[in-house]
Design a protein around this ligand. Structure first.
Ligand SMILES: [Zn+2]
Length: 72
C-alpha cells in the first residue's frame, strides 16, 4: 500500500456530517446542495487547501506527512 495506489481514508465520524481521517488528518464535511436534494462533500486537506465534489471531482488521495516527504 502506498500513495500511488490511492489508499482509502479511514474516517472517524464526529457526527452525521463531519469526519476526520485517522491517517492524513483530512476533514470531510457533507453539505446539502442549495438547489436540490443532493449532497456534496467538502474536504479540508492537511496542507490547508479545500476540495469538494460538487462538480464531480474524486475524493482527494489519503496522504500522510510521511507520504508527502517521499514524493518530494
Ligand atoms: Zn486520509
Amino acid at each position: 500500500m502506498n500513495a500511488a495506489t490511492g489508499r482509502r481514508h479511514r474516517w472517524t465520524h464526529h457526527d452525521k456530517n463531519h469526519a476526520t481521517c485517522q491517517h492524513c488528518g483530512t476533514r470531510a464535511q457533507k453539505r446539502p446542495s442549495p438547489y436540490g436534494r443532493r449532497w456534496w462533500t467538502e474536504w479540508h486537506l492537511p496542507d490547508g487547501t479545500t476540495r469538494d465534489n460538487y462538480n464531480g471531482q474524486p475524493t482527494p488521495p489519503c496522504l500522510t506527512a510521511d507520504d508527502a516527504r517521499k514524493e518530494t
